[in-house]
Design a protein around this ligand. Structure first.
Ligand SMILES: NC(=O)c1ccc[n+]([C@@H]2O[C@H](COP(=O)([O-])OP(=O)(O)OC[C@H]3O[C@@H](n4cnc5c(N)ncnc54)[C@H](O)[C@@H]3O)[C@@H](O)[C@H]2O)c1
Length: 396
């Protein structure tokens, strides 16, 4: 059983607490910290939490607490993590780990030097669908992964600070791209080095300094490509989709607007439908188990099990640092309009560059490029002559 200090009582503090107190869990949030007394007190009352405070240091150093969860605006992650490391407490930090790779690296160094357990709360890597898809991919069902595409778009975040670049560190890339990049990394292989990024980013709709839309390509050492698509200007709710292509297969994931429950209502229920839902009537896509579908349940199970078992969780601070380094390159690329190198002063993966794709042998003289059954029942073969390099077709 763990006693947890929850730093932040906003949207994520609420989802996290709902998850941690869910089912018959014995883990408890025992201290909550928010900016104002009113918020902290109300949250403590709503979620049956023993102590509340507006003082972050006091919350972290609370004698009952053994785990600190950081659910604060992005500009406060570093101070919170450094304070937890200093206090010798396990610390779990929400996404993005930092506003930049430099910030994330200082956080990584702090927890490693203090020897405290640390986990990166990247929930979307833990949705039940993603875990199942990852297992299939890791078992080789897709062959070699060539392309992993991840999309998160919605009509924009719910609090003022997200829209302020100084506080948040950026717009849709920092807020949503961090999820997409880590999802793609999981499918492509975390051991494979992200090399370069090409990114388009723009402020299409909102009167803000940061980007509200972006599309980026992340080139990996294996030759695989990660693609992220993010927007704060999308209408129609929250679109969370992933697509993975390999030499032997394909996976499509739709996490939010098509989860299997689709409902039409002309009058609505006057209540909450699902995160970032834009309406209460018409065709709706409610979500049966929101904290489960978003990955929070599996994520905290892995985090707290890892802490108990003395192992690393699936998502670590190191992963958060790599994601920040990819996002830094994306911002540089959006400015320079060139491919930009992912600067990782601390790379712990492999330097393997081979995608491992081998041409299929047809006969001693030919490789098989493609085989297709035609509407007339014949089979067409596209072949490459190994000696001349010529490409020919054969109908059988
Ligand atoms: N899927 C996800 O993993 C996910 C979803 C939403 C938000 N987040 C992340 O969670 C973090 C918080 O986002 P949110 O949506 O909960 O924001 P929010 O605006 O809803 O809540 C922010 C909370 O931080 C508290 N706070 C602000 N300044 C503080 C201070 N100086 N001291 C103590 N408390 C302070 C506020 O009182 C509030 O309770 C961000 O880093 C965001 O990126 C993650």
């Amino acid at each position: 059983m763990h006693n947890i200090t929850m730093l932040g009582s906003g949207l994520i503090g609420m989802f996290y607490t709902m998850t941690l107190h869910g089912g018959r869990s014995r883990d408890r949030v025992s201290v909550v910290c928010a900016r104002t007394e009113q918020e902290a007190k109300q949250f403590a009352r709503d979620w049956d939490i023993r102590d509340w405070t507006t003082d972050m240091e006091e919350a972290i150093n609370h004698p009952d607490t053994d785990v600190v969860v950081v659910g604060l605006p992005n500009n406060l992650h570093e101070a919170a993590v450094l304070a937890a490391a200093k206090a010798g407490k396990a610390v779990l930090c929400t996404k993005p780990l930092g506003r930049s790779a430099a910030e994330a690296k200082r956080m990584l160094d702090a927890v490693e030097q203090a020897g405290v357990f640390a986990g990166y709360l990247e929930d979307l890597a833990y949705t039940p669908k993603t875990l199942k898809a990852l297992k299939s991919t890791q078992n080789g069902a897709l062959g070699k992964v060539l392309w992993a595409r991840s999309r998160e778009t919605h009509p924009g975040p719910h609090s003022d600070w997200f829209w302020n670049k100084e506080i948040s560190g950026g717009g849709a890339i920092v807020d949503l791209g961090c999820h997409c990049i880590e999802i793609s990394r999981n499918f492509i292989g975390k051991d494979i080095r992200p090399l370069e990024v090409m990114c388009w980013a723009d402020t299409q709709v909102h009167p803000i300094d940061a980007e509200d839309s972006a599309v980026g390509l992340v080139k990996y050492a294996s030759g695989a490509i990660g693609q992220f698509e993010v927007s704060w200007a999308f209408r129609g709710g929250m679109d969370l989709r992933d697509e993975v292509s390999g030499t032997e297969g394909t996976i499509w994931l739709n996490h939010w607007l098509r989860t299997g429950l689709e409902m039409f209502t002309a009058k609505g229920e006057k209540g909450y439908v699902a995160e970032k839902s834009e309406g209460e009537t018409g065709w709706l896509f409610p979500v049966g188990d929101e904290v489960g579908e978003l990955g929070y349940t599996e994520m905290f199970t892995d985090m707290l099990d890892a802490l108990d078992q003395g192992r690393q969780p699936m998502e670590t601070f190191y992963d958060g640092y790599v994601v920040n380094a990819v996002m830094d390159a994306a911002y540089r690329s959006a400015e320079s309009r060139q491919w930009e190198t992912v600067i990782l002063e601390d790379w712990r993966g492999s330097d393997e560059t081979d995608l491992g794709v081998e041409s299929a042998e047809y006969d001693a003289d030919h490789f098989l490029i493609k085989q297709e059954k035609m509407p007339d029942g014949k089979t067409k073969l596209i072949l490459k002559n190994k000696h001349s390099g010529n490409i020919v077709q054969k109908v059988i």
